[in-house]
Design a protein around this ligand. Structure first.
Ligand SMILES: Cc1ncc(C[n+]2csc(CCOP(=O)(O)OP(=O)(O)O)c2C)c(N)n1
Ligand SMILES: [Mg+2]
Length: 598
């Protein structure tokens, strides 16, 4: 790396529009040089190992994007800030370094705010840096260009929010943002940089002094020994134990330890969506295909890096064997989590183990020796029986080749492709397009499945795909509902511009959930649930020089994806799916309020 604290030479408060290659270098500073706020931001990021900015330029940050690129940072410039924000957040999840998103003031900031809030909700480390207007004018509400009190608006949606008013505080501001994003439970952080700051220059020696290389930004948190013993004691009493792996376990990158814990205890496990692949989904202890059996039947449940939120029916109700939606099923819970506030959020946690997942799992493993008894055979056999039955049933469904193609026959192809290319990253959003992909497509490696997460948010698709390709260099396949794709579809231009190995597969059923709905009034407008029939999304990719293919059969779909993977060319496969094949809201129909029927 270049000398990270070396400042770039600046001559005036209004920086030049383009940097000469001479100015791009970072280590030609003499004692009388000054440093601009732009330089300080760039050097503070570089000093902390941040090598990519996801953003969208404009006043007051255009020159920051140019200078960052000149200084060797990778700057990925998007068509909409929301996609840039989602990209930054998933880069944070994949790398354990905060993903940085850079936007202009008010509207640009607001466009990225959804992604910041989503990052906080999903515990992805991200820093949103936005330029902002004159403090004095904003506070008196005098109507500045893009006036908005951004810090106040970001605060309730972010894990932390900071503002820097003086160039010499940029080092501290970025250090605080990095620590806040990464330490403890990760989340989204907002950093407000008013335009006036960018115009400042300070003495280079002062600037150099002001930068902070953050030491140990995500310190290990070792669990208390008594908490570990309490958990192991409870686990030993179990007749029907179950382990649930959440995406926190994937984030922790403690893959070998988690696998070892599952295998040494012999306990069946369920991976949450983004935890798929920590152990291969084909692992004999995976109970994913017997989910509706193991949740109500388990007596002791150890949840690792996951939350008992709606995705797990709040740990109670019929899913867990309770007689009514509020009734507990009687399970006893061990919860391994980085946050001491997580336990008891929904049901009683008998054994909370608080610490970082790697340290907690290692501590649990240390208490498991060769005398550890595997769960009773009766339980393991019962789980296996359900699992094998459901897998056989699924194989039968996947073996069919209906015309028109449906979700199953299309996803059987994607399943084979991922099996043959386990390093490929699968991005996934939609309703039916999401739920069927999650249950049909097995993952073999950790952090390869990136999806709508805790909120079930649409619009992450292209941002996640771009960041996944940028961060990993691996082939990306984005399986998208046609509605889901629409939220970020214009980013196919970004994919083409950076020539990224992204293959977008749209499961096109002409609408939200289904494409066959009619206007109930009989009027000329289409139903709110449907789109233009047989839309040619493939031509959108062609417009920017990528490959666009329309397919109607599994064989054509297979060929199109294989060509995309071989060429690593930006590709969009428009896969036409039976428009009657989906169900309302996919698997979460029950959450959709409808007027009570008489
Ligand atoms: C930001 C956002 N807006 C709206 C929704 C509501 N919603 C959930 S799934 C979905 C689209 C489902 O259609 P599609 O992506 O085509 O999937 P399909 O079920 O048709 O396969 C929508 C709009 C959402 N989850 N997030
Ligand atoms: Mg659809």
């Amino acid at each position: 790396m270049d000398d990270p604290v070396a400042m770039h030479k600046t001559t005036s408060a209004a920086p030049p529009q383009a940097l000469s290659s001479d100015e791009a270098g970072a280590s030609r500073v003499s004692a009388q040089d000054t440093a601009s706020a732009f330089d300080l931001v760039i050097d503070a990021l570089k000093l902390n190992g941040i090598d990519t900015i996801y953003g969208l330029p404009g006043i007051p940050i255009s020159d920051l994007t140019r200078r960052a690129q000149a200084a060797g940072l990778r700057v990925i410039s998007f068509r909409h800030e929301q996609s840039a924000g989602y990209a930054a957040s998933i880069a944070g999840f994949m790398t354990q370094r905060p993903g940085v998103c850079l936007t202009v003031s008010a509207p640009g900031f607001l466009n990225a705010l959804t992604a910041l809030a989503n990052a906080t909700t999903n515990c992805f480390p991200m820093i949103l840096i936005s330029g902002s207007s004159e403090r004095e004018v904003v506070d008196l509400q005098q109507g500045d260009y893009e006036e908005m009190d951004q810090l106040a608006i970001a605060k309730p949606l972010a894990k932390a929010a900071f503002r820097v008013l003086h160039a010499e505080d940029i080092g501290v501001g970025i250090a605080r943002a990095i620590r806040a994003a990464l330490s403890g439970r990760p989340g989204g952080v907002y950093l407000d940089l008013p335009a006036k700051v960018f115009a400042q220059t300070i003495d280079a020696a002062v600037a150099r002094q002001s930068l902070i290389e953050v030491v140990d930004p995500a310190p290990r948190q070792i669990p208390a020994p008594e908490a570990v013993s309490r958990a192991l004691d409870l686990l030993k009493t179990a007749k029907r134990p179950l382990i649930i792996l959440g995406k926190g376990a994937a984030y922790a990158q403690a893959d070998a330890e988690v696998r070892s814990l599952v295998e040494k205890t012999g306990i069946p496990y369920l991976p949450m969506s983004m935890a798929k692949g920590i152990l291969p989904d084909t692992h004999p202890q995976s109970a994913a295909a017997a989910r509706s059996y193991v949740l109500p039947e388990a007596d002791v449940v150890m949840i690792i890096g996951g939350r008992l939120n709606w995705l797990l029916s709040h740990g109670k109700g019929k899913t867990w064997g309770g007689n009514s939606p509020k009734e507990w099923g009687g399970q006893r819970f061990i919860q391994v989590d980085i946050s001491p506030q997580e336990a008891d959020s929904n049901v009683r946690i008998d054994a909370p183990v608080v610490g970082d997942i790697g340290s907690c799992v290692s501590a649990l493993l240390a208490g498991i020796d060769s005398s550890w008894l595997k769960p009773p055979a009766e339980w393991l056999d019962a789980v296996s029986e359900r699992r094998n039955k459901n897998i056989a049933k699924m194989a039968e469904t996947l073996g069919k080749n209906p015309s028109p193609m449906n979700f199953h026959s299309a996803l059987a192809v994607v399943r084979d492709i991922i099996k043959a290319n386990p390093d490929a990253i699968l991005v996934n959003e939609g309703a039916n397009a999401l739920d069927f992909t999650r249950s049909i497509v097995d993952m073999y490696k950790p952090r390869k499945r990136l999806d709508v997460g805790t909120w079930g948010v649409m619009g992450v698709g292209m941002g996640f795909s771009i960041a996944a390709a940028v961060v990993s260099g691996q082939q990306v396949i984005a399986v998208e509902g046609d509605s889901a794709f629409g939220f970020s579809g214009m980013e196919v231009e970004t994919i083409c511009r950076y020539n990224l190995p992204v293959c977008v597969v749209i499961l096109n059923n002409n609408g939200v959930y289904r494409g066959d709905e009619k206007n109930p009034s009989g009027g000329p407008d289409p139903s709110p649930m449907v789109f233009v029939k047989n839309a040619r999304y493939d031509m959108l990719m062609q417009a920017f020089g990528g490959a666009g293919v329309q397919v109607t059969t599994p064989a054509e779909l297979r060929e199109a994806i294989q060509v995309a993977f071989r060429s690593r060319k930006p590709t969009l496969v428009n896969a036409m799916i039976d428009e009657t094949a989906g169900t309302e809201s996919g698997r979460i129909t029950s959450l959709n309020p409808t007027a009570k029927k008489k």
